[in-house]
Design a protein around this ligand. Sequence first.
Ligand code: UD1
Length: 425
Amino acid sequence: MGVYHIVGGKKLNGQLRIGGGKNAILPILASVILNGGISVIHNCPKISDTYVSIEMLKALGCGVNFEGDTLTVDSSKASTHEAPENLVREMRSSFIFLGGILAKFGKAKISYPGGCELGARPIDLHLMALRKLGATITEDHGFILCEANKLVGAEIHLDFPSVGATENVMLTAVFAEGATVISNAAREPEIEDLQKFLNSMGAKVTGAGTSHVVIKGVKKLHDAEHSVMPDRIVAGTFLTAAAITGGKIRLTAIEPEHLRPITSKLKEAGCSVRFEKNSVYLEAPPVIRPITILKTGPHPGFPTDMQAQLTALLTKANGVSMICETVFESRNRHIPELVRMGADITLSHSGSTSVIRGVERLKGAVVESKDLRGGAALILAGLAAEGSTTVRNSSHVERGYENIEKSLTDLGATITLVKDEDGVL
Ligand code: UD1
């Protein structure tokens, strides 16, 4: 348990280097067991989701060494097809290990990921796709057992461009006989990064970043080295932090194309944004402008992982904004907490559309982080609020942000993270 203490009212000002992406490193770590050898991965974020993935790899029999931001994994002794239940529960996205384990051992046992803080998180697309590749799937007492004597390439159409399902198919099909074609694949940049990593091990994957991904099965893979792409959501969060505090920020080591869906909305809110080669500079406007309608959607739409942070920003706009969450249900649990801080937000009955009437000032309060991005949004609101804010339950934020309190302090904010091992906080 930990809490963030924030004293609001300081404008962020300065420069920050953005590290490797959470949603890129996770599928890469799920695929390192495939080469039965050494994978050297640079630019790894030191976030709790990375550490859970490392525990998962160790449980599967891999040797892991994490030095600086370089992770070296030796999967030559990977020996079990069972993913420990406690780790799958700790990190829902560890379901992505299913594809890698199945491709490696011809069978996989993993606990059902169940619901989560973002609402029900179905896995029907994952299971449909694995069945098409030849897996037999049995669900028993909360566990999923996948078995395949032989995986064979297939044509797989996803009804929705699910990121996790696209990645699970890419991993499962690496050794399948013949070609696998995914249509309506997710187009997120992290899928391109996964393709790069798989190909660096000798896989034959093309089309990532488009809706049409082709995986030609190979017999074996070899050692690999890769550098993880920058975290576009962490970058978007810091840009929004500068915007909400009326500050100026330069982010380095970013990929401009990945950020455009986010910066186009920040510009609509009045921010001035300038890209240079691998950096972006944002200057906040004197007054935030409302955004008539902002809808989340699969890439290249506006990322659902930035919705909560934009909601926080628009609480301070000089007018009315509307945000429609179309990707996940129940992704608005930060809203009642923002209201405690003086925000004026009405949530529709379905819980997916919010109408935000900008207020002149937010007031510090004790609020609770309910999920990763919602927690980040509360920190942003705290930075812009009058007085002190306490954001409880730091563990959600620590899943995806490496020392957010240090980065914000370096940029001029007043924020500390207080850990309490006894759980009193
Ligand atoms: C990934 C990201 C997460 C991001 C999300 C959407 C990782 C580790 N996590 O999550 O940060 O918010 O993409 O960009 O990369 N769905 C089904 N059936 C399925 C699978 C998904 O109906 O079998 C639905 C989900 O309920 C959700 C939508 O599809 O409504 C999107 O989910 P998906 O793209 O799969 O997200 P994740 O891969 O879980």
